[in-house]
Design a protein around this ligand. Structure first.
Ligand code: SF4
Ligand code: SF4
Length: 423
């Protein structure tokens, strides 16, 4: 990795503790990723990004700030990035996916909070992640209770705007979400000093639709048997797309999709035809959380889809590009984002419909419903998800885990037994 120490020092990071993270990540990445055989060449870009994870993109964000630009940190796929970019800002996903940050979060939050929230808070409080330090403002949302309270902790550290998410999907909830998007426009306009015009918003709606289309192309290739890409690699692409420049994210995903389509034509695969095909559903897997994919793919199966925010929910459904006024565009944005089926909504039947549809589309042999420990929303909803799958005769395994490795062997045993049970 290039030398970014001066940049980290200037950001006020705790370099000594950060060094520990910098030491362990390359080995973990090598064990999980570089050990895979016959990976697509297009993954070289993503490997490079991980090798420079706290350097290359943070340096770009700082460059943007030097030119007077603003950076906004986000934590949820409901936050419409289009608005931030239309104001000349940059948004970057901040969700923490490493156990490394969890103890820091536990200093401010109950231990019984999900690891994603604890890691996100810990990364900021411990000053061990440049992205959390760079952001001029965080944009939170009122999705789950843990996040709502975490925003109060983080707002003592950094300017915070919280979007009030509807919890239902009635017509008046769509109107409310439109109002929230309009408020976000005002907030980013004030912070950046730039006006969100219909022209700029139209441009960004196209940019983000293009990114969604590109990510979807990679997922389309995963429908093929044998699969031309591992689930681990597809997950890495999605995780990086959360915080990378959206134009580059689309370009790299399209390049990867070109290669995968060619691999399908040439009969090149990463797992033999007939390998058991698993879909994961449940809570998000923020970078560098690769635990479950790694266990599944070193147990003789392959992950072919993720019905999660780090999966289909991130790119399914496009924003209507035909609107030419801010009101029309905001409505179109609200409609697209409200199509996401997060367990924070009640009822949330659309998610079960999605899962059953994807099982067919991705030719899935079994579903693993994973819950991040202490996430009550997905834990409760998991019961209905599993019942719906069983009713359709689809093998399903419910698992609960966190960011530690202490349950890895136990998970391996349970996953192994599940795979044996699938015909
Ligand atoms: S699971 Fe729900 S709260 Fe979490 S990122 Fe996805 S939409 Fe947002
Ligand atoms: S995993 Fe669950 S508890 Fe954690 S942030 Fe997402 S919705 Fe909230």
């Amino acid at each position: 990795m290039a030398d970014y120490r001066k940049m980290w020092e200037d950001l006020g990071m705790d370099l000594e503790t950060h060094d520990v993270l910098c030491e362990v990540l390359p080995q973990a990445f090598s064990d999980v990723y570089l050990s895979q055989k016959n990976r697509p060449e297009g993954m070289a870009f993503y490997d490079f990004v991980v090798s420079e994870i706290h350097g290359v993109r943070p340096a770009e964000l700082i460059e943007h700030q030097k030119k007077g630009g603003k950076v906004f940190g986000t934590f949820c796929i409901y936050v419409p990035d289009e608005v931030v970019f239309a104001a000349g800002g940059i948004s970057t996903g901040l969700c923490g996916g490493s156990q490394f940050w969890v103890p820091g979060g536990e200093k401010a939050l109950p231990q019984t909070t999900c690891a994603l929230i604890k890691a996100s808070v810990g990364a900021r409080l411990d000053a061990t992640c440049p992205f959390f330090k760079i952001a001029d403002m965080y944009i939170g949302e009122t999705t789950c209770d843990g996040k709502k309270k975490a925003w109060e902790v983080l707002s003592k550290e950094v300017p915070m705007h919280v979007m009030d998410m509807p919890q239902m999907k009635r017509p008046k909830d769509f109107t409310k979400w439109e109002e929230e998007i309009k408020t976000l426009i005002e907030v980013v306009e004030k912070e950046t000093g730039n006006k969100v015009t219909p022209e700029k918003l139209a441009e960004q709606i196209k940019v983000f639709n293009n990114k969604r289309k590109a990510l979807k192309r990679v997922f389309e290739a995963r429908k093929h048997d044998p699969v031309p890409i591992s689930g681990k690699d597809a997950l890495l692409m999605i995780q990086i797309a959360f915080y990378d420049d959206p134009v580059r994210a689309a370009e790299m995903a399209n390049k990867l999709a070109d290669e995968l389509e060619q691999r399908i034509k040439d009969g090149v695969a990463v797992f033999p035809k007939g390998t058991k095909r698993i879909m994961i559903t449940g809570t998000p897997m923020a970078i560098p959380n690769w635990k479950l994919h790694h266990i599944i793919e070193t147990s003789g199966a392959v992950v072919v889809a993720e019905e999660a925010c780090t999966g289909t929910r991130f790119f399914e459904n496009l924003v209507d590009e035909s609107q030419t006024t801010i009101d029309g565009q905001v409505k179109a944005l609200a409609e697209r984002y409200m199509k996401n089926n997060c367990a924070c909504f009640t009822p949330n039947e659309g998610r079960i419909e999605d899962i059953l549809r994807y099982v067919k589309e991705y030719n899935v042999d079994g579903v693993i419903d994973v819950n991040l420990k202490f996430c009550t929303l997905y834990d409760i909803e998991g019961r209905d998800v599993e019942a719906a799958l069983k009713k359709e005769g689809i093998p399903v395994l419910g698992l609960e885990t966190d960011y530690t490795d202490t349950d890895a062997e136990q998970l391996r045993t349970r996953i192994g037994a599940f795979l044996e049970m699938i015909d």
